[in-house]
Design a protein around this ligand. Structure first.
Ligand SMILES: [Zn+2]
Length: 356
């Protein structure tokens, strides 16, 4: 009896929702309710991803390619071509698009919609929003990829309802986005929290892709981990290095080493590799501690290819060592639930925030 009484309002609500959905469908057929389609572009150092989404962040179609770095103009041309291809393949008219958000590797000038001396591309200036808006006839906006990911995590992921939150990516490079007291921090050009370039080694033993020395990214990003390995192996006994799986995986040539080789060897209990993974973890924990001390977030989510492919080996040493460097109360640290789509969600969230 009791069950019937409590279920009755639910049945009424369900019937009302079905009637409302039917009414919406009638309005849609009459053309009174328009579909909303948004383009999200995640421009990384290696890959460019494009997606079509609705307002709720449902990614309806997506595509990715290696970034065409043949010229500065080729980069926006590639995004335009991929957008047109995706819309045509899945039947979305270009006219149905409300706008495009582009979350890109920095540095950038957000207001002008351009990348300036991007660390992962050999160009002084890469125009993004102007060619996209002119060619596709839609408004567009640009945001730093990690700042966009923070916005995406707040709108669609683990940071819903949180006012103090940070996102850190460990990928080709290292980046961060921070929301403090509910506000996404951007800075004068949109390059706040370029934490990959904070100094973690005052001796500056390794040179960063940006040209400066001692930066976090120069030691722990996917593209620079091999430099860190080679530097450390020079200090180790030759016999140990010769016996290490690392040398075998690089085919006897340390110049061919990759970050993938290091984590694979550490996963097979190779002593030197496990030690280097732990050392990278200590350096990462210094970077994380700087973020916790600067922004005081209650949660940090972590993404990027290096993290997503080696979750325990990246996160465990950070959690173990970060407390040695923080003064603020520790944040929860976990892998982003948005996976490798976090950049796309960030681009869509930026479009919904800055265009609509
Ligand atoms: Zn740097």
């Amino acid at each position: 009896m009791k069950t019937q009484i409590t279920r009755a309002p639910q049945i009424i609500r369900t019937v009302r929702m079905r009637m409302f959905a039917r009414r919406l469908r009638v309005l849609w057929v009459k053309g009174l309710v328009r579909d909303e389609h948004w383009i999200g572009v995640d421009l990384g150092g290696t890959w460019v991803r494009v997606a079509v989404s609705d307002r709720s962040g449902h990614l309806m179609a997506k595509i990715s390619e290696r970034v065409d770095k043949s010229s500065a103009k080729a980069i926006s041309d590639q995004m335009i071509r991929l957008t047109r291809f995706l819309c045509s393949k899945h039947g979305f008219g270009i006219k149905s698009l409300n706008g495009a958000g582009i979350a890109a590797t920095g540095p950038l000038v957000q207001e002008k919609g351009v990348l300036i001396h991007p660390t992962a591309m050999p160009f002084d200036c890469v125009p993004i929003t102007k060619p996209i808006s002119e060619e596709l006839g839609i408004p567009s906006c640009l945001i730093n990829d990690a700042a966009g990911a923070a916005l995406g995590e707040k709108m669609f992921g683990a940071a819903k309802g949180l006012d103090n939150y940070a996102y850190i990516t460990i990928s080709t490079g290292i980046g961060c986005g921070a929301i403090v007291n509910g506000t996404l921090l951007l800075g004068k050009d949109g390059n706040a929290h370029e934490v990959g370039h904070i100094v973690i080694d005052y001796e500056g033993r390794l040179k960063c892709g940006c040209g400066k020395r001692g930066h976090w990214e120069a030691y722990c990003s996917g593209s620079n981990i091999p430099n860190f390995i080679r530097m450390r192996l020079k200090d180790m006994p030759t016999r140990l290095v010769r016996e290490s799986l690392l040398l075998k995986m690089a085919g006897g040539d340390l110049s061919r080493l990759s970050a993938i080789d290091l984590f694979a060897a550490a996963g097979k209990a190779d002593n030197i590799s496990a030690r280097l993974v732990e050392e990278i973890g200590v350096l990462n924990s210094i970077g994380f501690a700087n973020v916790i001390n600067a922004y005081d977030p209650s949660l940090i989510t972590v993404g990027g290819t290096v993290t997503l492919k080696n979750r325990a080996m990246i996160l465990n040493p950070i959690k173990k060592h970060v407390k040695d460097y923080i003064i603020n109360r520790i944040s929860k640290i976990k892998v982003t639930p948005l996976g490798d789509n976090v950049g796309l969600y960030g681009a869509i969230a930026a479009a919904l925030t800055y265009i609509s």
